[in-house]
Ligand binder design. Structure first.
Ligand SMILES: Cc1cc2nc3c(=O)[nH]c(=O)nc-3n(C[C@H](O)[C@H](O)[C@H](O)COP(=O)(O)O)c2cc1C
Length: 366
């Protein structure tokens, strides 16, 4: 690494969100909240990252108050008794000088009923096509859609009430909102299906309902991706024009920041330009962009499950892109699992002290 890393530690100042630096913790599911309740282990886990100088922590996906949202009894939920656990997380992160946003999650057709809190209930999606081709699912009725929108709005109101600094909507990786974005599984003929912008309509209504609850000044982050879990070549926008049709309605609905999930931040999104997905979303919307994907690693996160090693994308390239304002913020995932003090060490120039990520670290997620 040859570049000066100070750019990563320049404060981020926007109308609704101010952060001490450009580094975010990426949302990462841990499944360590029995019964959906985040306990002291969750508090300690996030406090360690706040002490490690991360500017904004985005929590693991936490499921909204809908019976079909969760596929895992150990994934924290974001309603009922779980909220006092989250209150403790917020207090400790703030006490350590950090900021935090919950990632509000509904798995939709990706939910595995048998592992979920309600194994007798059939999962639902935009239609009856399962993204993984395994689960049997049912298409969502208007009533289902209204219930999910209301559950997102309730989660958002709770996020604000508990003192979170922002919230992130999980619209990526093939989960419910992304299922609506994705033509392969969304073949609806009502106002939620059809053109790219119509496929954005469900997320638009979720964002509108959230905005109505949290008011104008609370930051809303939308995470989205082209790839899906189990389908890494999937795309929801084939061109910058299609990306515009997807993102601009979300801007009009109230999204403040886009979190463009990629496996490798250095990969160009569309032919003819080096811009990555966050770069395109910033260029199109004018909204701040968060990039993510193998920052501080030399292996990408899918191959780390599969056991491959792939080289590429050092911090130098990240800093160069940041310097060119391609994006504003950088989310770090696995590097922060292996070393909660990753940011602090990079800031202090102690790169040699960083504990590098190993696949085994995914087994403990401490
Ligand atoms: C163990 C693990 C759990 C994850 N869980 C989530 C999640 O709950 N929500 C989400 O949007 N992404 C999730 N991701 C993806 C990460 O947020 C991130 O985009 C990905 O790990 C790439 O960043 P990295 O290369 O810095 O790890 C997860 C990744 C890992 C490794």
């Amino acid at each position: 690494m040859t570049r000066n890393t100070s750019l990563l530690f320049k404060p981020f100042v926007s109308e609704k969100l101010q952060l001490k630096n450009r580094l975010l913790m990426a949302p990462m599911t841990r499944s360590q909240s029995p019964g959906g309740i985040p306990g002291q282990n969750v508090v300690d886990y996030y406090r360690r990252r706040a002490e490690g100088e991360i500017g904004l922590i985005i929590t693991e996906g936490t499921t909204i108050n809908h019976p079909l949202a969760s596929g895992d009894k150990n994934v924290p939920c974001f309603h009922g008794e779980a909220l006092s656990g989250w209150q403790n997380v917020v207090s400790e992160v703030h006490a350590a000088g950090g900021k935090i946003a919950p990632q509000l999650w509904h798995l939709g057709a990706m939910r595995k009923a048998e592992d979920s809190p309600h194994p007798d209930l059939v999962s639902m999606g935009p239609g009856d096509i399962s993204p993984m081709g395994e689960e049997s699912i049912r298409p969502m009725s208007m009533e289902d859609i209204e219930q999910v929108i209301a559950a997102y709005a309730q989660g958002a109101a709770d996020a604000r009430r508990l003192g979170f600094d922002a919230l992130e909507i999980h619209g990526a990786h093939g989960y419910l909102l992304d299922q609506f974005f994705w033509k392969k599984v969304n073949q609806r003929s009502d106002r939620f299906g059809g053109s790219v912008s119509k496929r954005a309509q469900f997320a638009v209504e979720v964002v509108q309902a959230i905005r109505a609850e949290v008011g104008e000044d609370f930051p809303i982050i939308m995470r989205f991706s082209q790839f899906k879990i189990g389908n890494y070549d999937a795309r929801i926008a084939e061109s910058p024009q299609e990306l515009e049709q997807l993102l601009m309605p979300l801007v009009d609905a109230g999204v403040d920041i886009f979190h463009a999930s990629q496996r490798r931040f250095w990969e160009a999104e569309f032919p003819g330009s080096d811009l990555n997905l966050a770069g395109w979303s910033k260029k199109i919307t004018g909204k701040p962009g968060i990039t993510v994907g193998s920052v501080g690693l030399d292996i990408d996160f899918i191959s780390s499950f599969a056991g491959e090693d792939a080289q590429g994308g050092g911090l130098d390239e990240l800093l160069e892109r940041l310097e060119h304002d391609e994006f504003d913020l950088v989310a770090v995932g696995r590097a922060l699992i292996s070393d909660p003090a990753w940011a602090k060490k990079i800031h202090a120039g102690q790169v040699a002290e960083v504990t590098t990520f190993k696949r085994e670290d995914l087994a403990s997620l401490n």
